[in-house]
Ligand binder design. Structure first.
Ligand SMILES: Cc1ncc(COP(=O)(O)O)c(C=O)c1O
Length: 308
């Protein structure tokens, strides 16, 4: 996708290159930024673009803004209208990744809570074929941040420094992705995605109290696996259970469903993508793109008619 024409900045659509903030903002100086990553899926047959699970993303956005005590407050209606207007102005007719972010603007210090800026952007980040996403992973020696200091439940940019340390170490060790353990040594999540482990036919994922972001996709995956008849368990998982697994995959808005082939150089039981991961992806993609009528409450149509 070429560079989009417009970006939403503080209530207006501005040319992409004009969306700037000052280097002395608390956002730049201290990482005072809250964000959401979302996706829209293009349905070619219907000529329609669907925003996936906007309501859940906005809910988490508001929850985080409240806890970090930002002054900025935007209603769901304002955010939804702004996002739809942006997608239409850019005439988006393909899969896109989107970002909604609020930050502390002005020239304050690390205790500033305003004024706040708001941006929304939609840009090309195609939805990849499952086979192309297969990745090796390594358990990083950096532990996951936790609720006593840097709550992973809050979607703040500063948390991603932990993710960066892990993934850069994993890459240096020859793996594509990183898996974090909690300080207690239980599986937490990836640098930018949640983790599922399929062992003896049961799809297990760490509970929301084991150092993870409360992921919109994780919740969707739990529902879809249940519909597919796969037994599910939300429980603390030991590192060695991962080595015994038939399958493992990451899930998140960005990575969608990402199969893991090996962890720490140990191949998993099934060649990736394994059958559970495959069936899940087929179902997830069909629902996200509106190829099946089910879960229509997950999708928000961007264009007023089928012809767009
Ligand atoms: C650390 C982390 N965990 C999990 C996820 C998945 O969350 P979601 O499914 O809401 O995109 C993300 C992605 O955004 C993430 O950054």
């Amino acid at each position: 996708m070429p560079t989009p024409r417009y970006i939403h900045l503080n209530g207006s659509l501005v040319p992409w290159d004009d969306a700037r903030i000052h280097v002395m903002t608390p956002c730049v100086k201290y990482g005072a930024l809250v964000f959401e990553g979302l996706r829209s899926y293009w349905n070619e047959d219907e000529g329609q673009l669907y925003v996936l699970k906007l309501g859940e993303h906005l809910r988490r956005f508001h929850q985080t803004l409240r806890v970090v005590r930002f002054d900025g407050n935007w209603s769901d209606e304002t955010l939804t209208e702004g996002l739809i207007a942006l997608l239409r102005a850019n005439e988006v007719r393909q899969d896109v990744h989107m970002r909604i972010a609020a930050w502390v603007d002005g020239d304050g210090l690390y205790d500033s809570t305003g004024p706040c800026g708001l941006m929304m952007a939609a840009y090309g980040r195609g939805s990849g074929a499952l086979e192309k996403k297969v990745a090796t992973a390594g358990v990083t020696s950096w532990r996951r941040i936790n609720d006593t200091a840097m709550p992973p439940r809050l979607k703040v940019a500063a948390n991603y420094h932990n993710g960066r340390l892990g993934i850069l170490e994993a890459r240096a060790n020859g793996y594509r992705e990183a898996i974090f353990l909690t300080p207690e040594g239980k599986l937490a999540e990836g640098a930018g995605a949640c983790l599922f482990v399929v062992r003896d036919g049961v799809a297990m994922t760490p509970p929301v109290t084991d150092g993870i972001l409360e992921s919109v996709t994780r919740r969707a995956v739990l529902g879809l696996l249940d519909e597919l008849g796969v037994p599910i368990a939300q429980r603390s998982i030991d590192r060695t259970e991962l080595y015994f697994a038939e399958e493992a995959f990451f899930c998140g808005t960005g990575v969608e469903i990402q199969p893991i082939s090996a962890v720490d150089g140990l191949e998993l039981g099934c060649p990736a993508p394994g059958p559970v991961t495959r069936a899940l992806w087929d179902r997830y993609e069909a629902v996200a793109r509106g190829r099946v009528p089910d879960h229509d409450d997950w999708r928000l149509a961007v264009y007023p008619s089928a012809t767009g």
